[in-house]
Design a protein around this ligand. Structure first.
Ligand SMILES: [Zn+2]
Length: 182
């Protein structure tokens, strides 16, 4: 299977869809382990090494997403600007997208101006309506991830995917191991 568990000393895992602490207010995932396609994992480890060299850590908020979970998100918010139509397949269901933020050396998240998954124009890259520190922190994450080979999403400061993600196939549910899904 191409999926690998994200495990690295400079990466914290905080899968929001494994808890009710997300925009739906509901638990979407049956698992709390974060997986990525092995190609994406290699790029994430590169970004984590660049962050660690600056005394920073990555915090992963979402990674591989089973298609059943994509349907649950779509039912909560059927707006293609923010949630991929599950019939088209999400970059997350291909295992080549990650939602994340930066933390300091103690694991305290840096100010990014908005919460994760805030569906407003404030979340767009290049938004200048928040403080300068938050704008700098977004640019720092953008720089680390771009150097490591990721592409950003214009409407979501937290979302990155590998370039040309449709060359990867959507993964069938259970690809991460049958013990995780019902
Ligand atoms: Zn995302």
């Amino acid at each position: 299977m191409p999926l690998r568990e994200i495990s690295h000393p400079a990466i914290d895992i905080d899968l929001r869809y494994a808890t009710p602490d997300n925009f739906t207010g509901k638990t979407i995932y049956d698992h709390a382990v974060a997986y990525l396609h092995q190609d994406a994992l290699a790029a994430l480890v590169r970004a984590a090494e660049l962050a660690a060299a600056q005394g920073l850590r990555l915090r992963v908020l979402d990674a591989y997403r089973p298609s059943a979970a994509q349907w649950r998100l779509w039912q909560a918010l059927p707006d293609p600007r923010f949630v991929a139509d599950p019939r088209m397949g999400s970059m997350h269901t291909r295992g080549v997208a990650v939602d994340l933020t930066l933390c300091d050396a103690k694991g305290l998240p840096l100010d990014m101006g908005t919460a994760f998954d805030e569906m407003t124009e404030q979340s767009f890259h290049g938004a200048t309506s928040m403080g300068a520190a938050a704008q700098r922190n977004r640019c720092l994450l953008l720089g680390l991830m771009t150097l490591a080979g990721w592409t950003h999403h214009p409407y979501e400061w937290w979302h990155y995917n590998l370039p040309d993600p449709t060359r990867y196939m959507p993964l069938s549910d259970g690809a991460e191991g049958s013990f995780l899904m019902d």
